[in-house]
Design a protein around this ligand. Structure first.
Ligand code: NDP
Length: 460
């Protein structure tokens, strides 16, 4: 663990991280106990009240620049570790996760001495010690999304990575140490859900930032109710990717594939419900099946692999069970003919057509490479179906009409709406949802606001 500037053994039971593509152990990692959480929160408080608050904002920014450069310098190593630990294709960790993580630190480094211009009043103040719990789908990137804005705003951090993917967070800890970050400003405590629970409930925490399942988000929200502590939740989704008949269909097919098969579909904003206009539905489905048949599934370390391994046996089981409900409820399953490796947790790209809104595969977050296809006739019907979900994280619209894009974007109840593209992430753009997808934003000026106490009368 990385606690108060040192790498120390935690008092929890060791955990062994497994390579999901081979099922072989990768590394054994020390984990935190409740007492370790307490030590980390105390260290973060000491750092907050000591060197970190006393430091001029421009100096704070320099640490973030150093961390951003440190990630870029160790990019190859981070990409390899991420792919081994998580199972995602190396081309994704190399081209998306690691560069975007570095970009988050670069972007937020620039904010550190400009907080007075964030629209939160002339002198917004940090919240204090922040407890952060992140999931396994984007281990390094989620750590960057959480730590960078927290530090830019002047907070200190205790972060818990997911049990199945602790490794890149520990490499990041080395980068933080190499950057000379003062002791205790960031503490990284691997462990299971009980460590997350101890962290988010710790009375010494001023703000909790959580990304993960709606179920755990709900538990955290109820545990924090009435405590006065700040909370942001980034939870699940069941995004509609809406294709109109005037859309450039080949381009849309690429967007549909990226929307659901990127990162094996382990993406909270994945376009897991395809809503396609009835007049082009057959054509789109034919093109889609043809395109999906060309995706290469297999060794995530192979640069030509498109679809890697599912992160854990539990998640594979969950995907298998949820997609079986699609068969039971009468949807038509189509599976990519790609061969599956003999070992490892793999699930082939799968498309269900003939899906109706009441089916579980249209309502529940499968969090895997499974697409549910529904049709619509009119824009109003598309909006009604897209919004018929308890979630509200993201959506996609494919059409050549700009006016339709704007009309749809304002009618869709989703925090992010992509037009003629999907799954684009940029540190300058606010990301987040509402309803059961959570609240609060990450990225952009709105993301900073979640780590600052705004002065009275300030405009968020
Ligand atoms: P969880 O919500 O359980 O895990 C997210 C993080 O929270 C992990 O670090 C986890 O630790 C930790 N955690 C677990 N229980 C608690 C608790 N009571 N208090 C505080 N922290 C806790 O998600 P799962 O990994 O179990 O995934 C289950 C489903 O959730 C997926 O199938 C998917 O549908 C959804 N999900 C959505 C994500 C998103 O980005 N929106 C991300 C991940 C999952 P640990 O890893 O040790 O369990």
């Amino acid at each position: 663990m990385y606690l108060d500037g040192d790498f120390v053994d935690g008092q929890g039971d060791d955990l062994t991280s497994v390579n999901p593509a081979t099922e072989e152990p990768l590394a054994t990692v020390s984990t935190a106990s409740a007492a370790d959480v307490d030590r980390a929160v105390t260290a973060a408080r000491r750092a907050y009240e000591g060197p970190w608050s006393a430091m001029p904002a421009a100096e704070r920014g320099k640490y973030l620049f150093r961390i951003a450069r440190g990630i870029a310098e160790r990019a190859r190593e981070l990409a390899v570790v991420e792919t081994l630990d998580n199972g995602k294709p190396i081309k994704e960790s190399r081209d998306v996760d690691v560069p975007t993580a570095s970009a988050h630190f670069f972007y937020h480094a620039g904010w550190a001495d400009k907080l007075a211009h964030a629209g939160l009043g002339p002198a917004p103040r940090p919240l204090g010690v922040v407890g952060q719990v992140i999931p396994w789908n984007f281990p390094l990137l989620m750590a960057a999304w959480k730590i960078a804005p927290a530090l830019a705003a002047g907070n200190t951090v205790v972060l818990k990575p997911a049990e199945t993917t602790p490794l890149t967070a520990l490499v990041l800890a080395e980068i933080l140490a190499d950057a000379g970050l003062p002791d205790g400003v960031v503490n990284i405590l691997p462990g299971a859900g009980d460590v997350g629970q101890a962290l988010v409930r710790h009375p010494g925490i001023d703000k909790v930032a959580f990304t993960g399942s709606t179920e755990v988000g709900r538990q955290i929200q109820s545990a924090l109710a009435g405590t006065g502590r700040a909370l942001t939740l980034e939870l699940g989704g069941k995004a509609a990717n809406i294709v109109f008949d005037d859309a450039p269909l080949d381009q849309a097919v690429e967007g549909i594939v990226n929307g659901i098969f990127f990162n094996q579909g382990h993406v909270c904003c994945a376009g897991s419900r395809l809503l396609v206009q009835e007049s082009v539905a057959d054509e789109v489905l034919d093109k889609l099946r043809l395109r999906i048949s060309t995706l290469r599934l297999g060794d995530p370390m192979d640069k030509n692999t498109d679809v890697g391994a599912v992160n854990s046996a539990e998640q594979l089981q969950r995907i298998t069970e949820l997609s079986a409900t699609g068969d039971l409820e009468g949807a038509q399953r189509w599976t990519s003919p790609c061969p599956l490796p003999d070992r490892g947790y793999f699930f082939p790209p799968t498309v269900f057509s003939g899906v109706t809104q009441s089916m579980r595969i249209a309502r529940d977050e499968i969090f895997g490479p499974v697409l549910s296809v529904l049709t619509f006739r009119t824009p109003d019907e598309a909006v009604a179906k897209a919004n018929n979900t308890p979630y509200g994280l993201s959506a996609g619209v494919w059409t050549e009409k700009g006016s339709r894009i704007l009309g749809m974007a304002s009618a869709l109840r989703a925090g992010v709406v992509w037009a003629n593209t999907f799954n684009r992430f940029d540190p300058t753009a606010a990301f987040g949802g509402y309803r059961e997808s959570g609240f609060g934003r990450e990225g952009g000026r709105a993301g900073l606001a979640a780590y600052l106490r705004s002065d009275e009368g300030a405009q968020a």
